[in-house]
Design a protein around this ligand. Sequence first.
Ligand SMILES: C[S@@+](CC[C@H](N)C(=O)[O-])C[C@H]1O[C@@H](n2cnc3c(N)ncnc32)[C@H](O)[C@@H]1O
Length: 330
Amino acid sequence: MQQRKLNSLMLDWSVDWAELFGAERPLIVEIGFGNADYAIALAQSNPNCNVVGFEVSSQSMFKSEKKIIRHQLPNIRAIHSRGETALHHLFTPASVREIHINYPDPWFKSRHAGRRIMQRDTLDAIVSRLEPDGLFFLATDIVDYAEMSHELLAETKGLDNLLDAPYVHEFSERLITTKYEEKGIREGRRGNYFKYRRNTHPAPYVPVKEELPMPHIVLKTPMPPQDIAAQMEKMAFHANDIHVVVLNAYWNPNYQTVLFDVVIEEPTIDQHIALLLHPREKTADFTLKYATFGMPRTTEGVHYATHFIAEWIVSLHDEAEITSKRVAVG
Ligand SMILES: C[S@@+](CC[C@H](N)C(=O)[O-])C[C@H]1O[C@@H](n2cnc3c(N)ncnc32)[C@H](O)[C@@H]1O
């Protein structure tokens, strides 16, 4: 039975899947399951496997969870997560039998192109996570996307194409026609189907991304914390593919704290967290660390965010300085 409301931020990195399912079975993964019909069909036709679906859309997640519960299948779980987060943080190398991606990234030519699923780093993670002879299936109705994927896959030494062409338009192994597949057909676009198998070529090195120790900065400033909060305007910082946006700062007169509302985008994970500037017993001393709510996971991005905000606070006053810091940056 589906445990409700699973997401990649609350699970262990990596996950003990046998424990989560209550049974050890080979793993089948679907990334971007949409309305979950294909994932459910996978679970029904593979009762001896555990099917794990990943989806970023909260709305799709909400509807699919209900649908999955109605089906009462013991071997399927829906997880609210980017597929990239799942591949890099939740699965160990050579642990997945099949990975399916159906109709990804319909907007792929837009400004989101950098975040599309089919790209080198993600494909390397797919190769790493597939077990020997594991299978990778991709379907798309966008010809440019199919061509782009073909080029990437052709350069991927760890996978062999099992079809007679780079991709085909008729594929007997399709379990059902998905919602987006149907939409494409209605609008006159054919499906382009790929099937690849993991070979014996060594996989790229893609270790499971684990959590870092908690960041922690102590700083001294004569500036009252409410003035620090008042100075704050939305600001953005970037380093090594990490993007940090500080949306706002809230002064809490009861606790004399300033809470920073922070969004962090990293290549393998997105988080929305809160960092707290907290007065210490000594006058003018403050600690900057993350607030416990919102379930932050300590990534490099969280360290950068702590570092950026501390640097910004000390830049506001000539006598301000950082007196101790434990952050993993640069
Ligand atoms: C075009 S829809 C296809 C849905 C379904 N697979 C189908 O064929 O009907 C793409 C789906 O992938 C999800 N998605 C997009 N990027 C994702 C990512 N990085 N990780 C997980 N899901 C993603 C979207 O929220 C959306 O539900």
